[in-house]
Design a protein around this ligand. Sequence first.
Ligand SMILES: [Cu+2]
Length: 250
Amino acid sequence: MTSAVTDTQSANPLRDAGVAQADRVVALAAKAKSASVSIAAATLSEIEACDACLARNDLATILAAQPAADLKSLAPTLVSKTQDSAKDADKDSPHVSTSRFVKAACIRAIFALPETDRPAAAAAWKPVMLKTTSVPGKMAWDPKEFAVAPNAIVAIEMVNPDSMQHNMLVCSPGSLSEIGVAADKLGEGAIGKQRQYVPDSPKVLEIMGLTAPNTTGVLWFIAPAKAGTYPLVCTYPGHWRMMNGKLKVQ
Ligand SMILES: [Cu+2]
């Protein structure tokens, strides 16, 4: 389960939401140095230990941003991680299945390599690349509904030309208002900002962290195995009622 963070604790750069990526990289570099491995290798081991931590999409982003030479030397390991998750393959929720998240992170890292450097196994992976935009001043996404197949490899890109920050969470079916109300409550305390207004709930399946104005966020994940309508929601306080959408798994 996610480490409990109180208002008096400093954030754990390897686990918590709201930590600047540069600070995460510093923490990962220290870890890599003590283990005499590359930052890419240290990041992968952190990802494997991450379970449902709030930093996981950030960690996957950092892994994918490592130098091509480091990713290339790690490629056989990355491929093996995509193949050893059979025992978790039928679980519905990535939140309770580390391997689904590890797999998505490894696939994402391999797709960060130039095509000619990718291992042969990557030819069989067909990520579904989705894109949406935060409509300026409207607290809305356009488009706001997507459909994917069960277990599809999905990347959602959110372009944010708005003057406000937005995040995007994928949640369990039927949990939109529960997550939204919890997010608004988080917004009332100091801890909310530290957690990037992400409620600590097993119904939060995937997290794209806060995306600043005029930047683009990206979220890679393996779609749930179970068909259904999974709410997409921005949990910046006050946004959820308008800024939500649907991921239909069918
Ligand atoms: Cu928002």
